[in-house]
Design a protein around this ligand. Sequence first.
Ligand code: AHR
Length: 658
Amino acid sequence: MNKAIVISAMAAVSSLAVAQTSVIDVNVANAQKGAKIQSTMYGLFFEDINYAADGGLYAEMVKNRSFEFPQALMGWKTYGNVEVRTDGAPFERNPHYVRLSSSGHAHKHTGIENEGFFGVSTVKGNEYKFSVWARALNADAKIRVELDDPASMGETQVTGQAEIIVSGKEWKKYTATIKSDSDVKKGLLRVFLVGDNGVDLEHVSLFPAETFKGRENGLRADLAQALCDIHPGVFRFPGGCIVEGTDLNSRYQWKNSVGAVENRPLNENRWHYTFPHRFYPDYYQSYGLGFYEFFLLSEDMGAEPLPVVSCGLACQFQNETEEAHVPVEDLQPYIQDALDLIEFANGDKSTKWGALRAEMGHPEPFNLKLIGVGNEQWGETFPKHLEPFVKAIRAAYPNIRIVGTSGPDSEGAQFDYLWPEMKRLGADLVDEHFYRPETWFLSQGNRYDKYDRKGPKVFAGEYACHGKGKKWNHFEASLLEAAFMTGLERNADVVHMATYAPLFAHVEGWQWRPDMIWYDNTRSFKSVSYYVQQLYAMNKGTNVLPATMNGKPVAGNLDQDGLFASAVYDAADGSYIVKVVNTASHDKDVDINLKGLKKKAISKCTLTLLHSDNGDADNTLDEPQKITPKTLDRPAAGNVIKTTVPAQSFHVYRIQVK
Ligand code: AHR
């Protein structure tokens, strides 16, 4: 045979192969007996990175409201006669405040102005709640609070204002509601002293009147609602690397994040300086969004809270010497923090920390079941640090499940060392992290098929496809996450939780991408990765069903030409759910064959699909709905769903039976 004939024969065979229908067999007999899918299976991971808390989910609009940044007036401009003081401050853990005294002339002004987080942004017609702690120096004093648009070309910069009389020499909280008469992106908050009677000001705060569930000290309504809409089963907080700190001083200390919001001390945010090429010198943690608020949000979302505490190891990427960490024999205060946290969440009102929770407004326990100890730790030192935590938590709270870690790598020497160590110590779950490229996601469809069924369960605690040379949100990366997740689902007997990361990013303040939800001060959009997570969480079902192609799991790389699939039964409504991801660059005809049903049992099948012709595209602030899931009916032929899964598509079939 000559060469040309061989090539054309090969082409014919390969085009035949492409045109072939792929048959996915889903065995639905004994559906209720399939491995149980945990309610925690798909969840959310929150870390204050990319201005996720202050400047993001936490709705406070004033930056450095307590004048506690190392440069006390960072974020502020002052004019006239303003002094930063610390004597006689009302909140001992936030000792700085400002004194506004007479400018000395009727036509001059004393005051302060705050630049907010990337501007104080207001929406026309919306109301804003201003509050301040203040005391008069002598006689009653007056302050005027303004929302301003410094770029206004109108007659005035003032877009809303209120006046407050401060009376008495005792510190008191004063409030005012201000309506904005304009849309302003890069606005300011100004506080003027009116007249000559001086005043001291502390904890200067401005919130939108409309926060999530109308709470004081609340969350941005659009962002919190986006989280609820995922229907997450677990909520991990407060990080990530910020749990560990760049040094132990800057680790997240949950006790500093509870109690009166005015008295929560400031902490550094390591993401301010971790990447010098994305430097944000004004990025700190006010702890206004603290552990109480995290627990409350978990409850609002119907998600199991999963707080993570420091294990006494500062970030190991940034600290190579032993001196940076707490010696194992000195861990007791850290262990006590973990035990006290469980008491804060679950203790009754007669306990010290349970009483604080009740005083903060939640007398009922939060019913905490999980705790993470350490973030991305590694080496022999980690098991040594973890062990005393495990012993102490087991002794005091035998029902609490403990989450350890396999370190920052998705595989390799450290990973292989830590898994058996976690098993030896009796960790209930192991937190695995993978920010990996396309090739990795394509090759990991059957990652969990061979995992030890007798060891700890898996928590895929941080993952996202970081496209090679394309480390930003785009459709193809999200599609590969969807493909990879079929393997999590097929192995739900061993994988109990999974959370994409990071969650949030401010378009003007990000350090890390891709991220799930993006925003500026007034708008937000959900990435395609968000919709992937949502489709899984809303279709997680209750029991795994075997889904095979030619007898093999549909994991993309077992001669399946990039096709991935998983199937579950949902006891809530008796439906079968099949997820199919076509990562190939050509369409695929697929028969989904439900085996074990009575003849013509299918009564309805809906298909929800996610697709973009442009693998590089994603949603944006200006086009938030560019790529969203669409739902349509799909007829069944007997007990077979005959379908075409277009190239680069994620399909979710929900099949109802008579
Ligand atoms: O998600 C961003 C960072 O990635 C987390 O803080 C850390 O755990 C991981 O290295």
